[in-house]
Design a protein around this ligand. Structure first.
Ligand code: F6P
Length: 357
């Protein structure tokens, strides 16, 4: 008897989603009598019953493609139980559509929000398996998520290119890297790109200490400074505020982006001309790097193995370099911030990279 597998991609896209979809599909066709149902635009498609039964050929030629062939959307977990203007009970609709699609299981590719909803659906009795994707690498229980290494490569390339123009103009260049709550991407790209200062949400910074780095470099005849700042980096003063108070204060700022605030303050404090660079969604675009192609494929293959074994309520993970899985209920919604004592942070400090603290 054939097994019907639903697949959806939810939340912000990232390179490697198609490679993972392909991994699930190819392994499922290879090892099971599988039929694959592609659900469009994440949980939105599951709520609305928007899906198509996929042909094997649709999984060809997608290994290197960025984005997701299934489309994605953000359907916030906090609203899943809320009946909004459309009067749809979303959880009920997802369960009904799972049945209407005659699914035996559902594979959800996504980040923290996606995992929370996957866990909710598992608790509601559906057979769910998660695959951890995000350029933020902030999913608990896995060494890495797919998409992360590609984004590190892209952000590193930006920092590399900025070096020459920074040196030519004797400027301070502030590069804002994605990551609102977690600074993994900024940490890795900052270290790989040779940034002099790395500012993370997890290590509040003192702008005066950052200014001192520029002064000290000038004293050593180093005429430029490269600063990698995570979009969610906060000052020591902001860290002392309650979240609501901080958000209210941030709304009043002259500049919306942290890189703009950092550059303006540094120019004022040091007199060194400063510029900002925000690569933004470029960090989520394009073809996955080789590492992510391999990881996505391994994750996809492991999901098919779990389906074959009839094991659900799990999410695939890389643990100490080995592919395995975690219970959705153990990891859903658990953040994975950068630990200020992390080995990578320590290595950066040992080569005199400043975290502004
Ligand atoms: O979670 C991935 C991420 O790229 C974050 O780094 C960033 O803060 C956010 O998504 C941006 O989201 P959106 O695509 O909605 O602009």
């Amino acid at each position: 008897m054939s097994i019907r597998i639903g697949i959806l991609t939810s939340g912000g896209d990232c390179p490697g989603l198609n490679a993972a979809i392909r991994g699930v599909a190819r392994a499922a066709y290879q090892t099971l009598d599988a039929e694959i149902v592609g659900i469009r635009a994440g949980y939105r498609g599951l709520i609305d019953g928007d899906y198509q039964v996929m042909q094997q050929s649709q999984f060809s030629g997608i290994l290197t493609m960025g984005g997701t062939i299934l489309g994605t959307s953000r359907t916030p977990f906090r609203n899943m139980r809320v009946v909004e203007e459309d009067n749809v009970d979303k959880v009920h609709a997802m369960k009904m559509n799972y049945r209407a699609m005659r699914l035996d299981c559902l594979v959800t590719l996504g980040g923290n929000g996606t995992h929370k909803t996957a866990n909710l659906l598992a608790k509601e009795g559906l057979n769910v398996i998660g695959l951890p994707k995000t350029i933020d690498n902030d999913i608990f229980g896995t060494d890495f998520t797919f998409g992360f290494h590609t984004a590190v490569d892209i952000a590193t390339d930006v920092i590399d290119r900025i070096h020459t123009t920074a040196a030519s103009h004797s400027r301070c260049m502030v590069i804002e890297i994605m990551g609102n709550k977690a600074g993994w991407l900024t940490l890795y790209a900052g270290l790989a790109g040779g940034a002099d200062v790395i500012l993370l949400p997890e290590i509040p910074y003192d702008i005066n200490k950052v200014a001192r780095v520029i002064d000290e470099r000038a004293r050593l005849n180093k005429n430029f400074t490269i600063i990698a700042v995570a979009e969610g980096a906060i000052t020591v003063e902001e860290a002392a505020m309650k979240r609501k108070e901080r958000e209210a204060a941030q709304k009043e700022y002259e500049f919306r982006h942290v890189s703009q605030r950092v550059a303006a303050a540094l120019e004022r404090l040091t007199g060194v001309e400063s510029r900002t660079v925000i690569p933004g969604h470029m960090q989520r675009g394009g073809s996955p790097c080789a590492y992510d192609r391999v990881l996505s494929t391994q994750f996809g293959v492991h999901a098919a193995r779990l389906i074959k074994e009839g094991r659900f309520g799990l999410t695939v993970a890389l643990k100490n370099g080995t592919i395995g899985e975690n219970k959705l209920s153990d990891v859903a919604g658990v953040p994975k911030p950068v630990n200020p004592e992390d080995q990578v942070v320590k290595a950066a400090r040992d080569i005199n990279v400043s975290f502004g603290d």
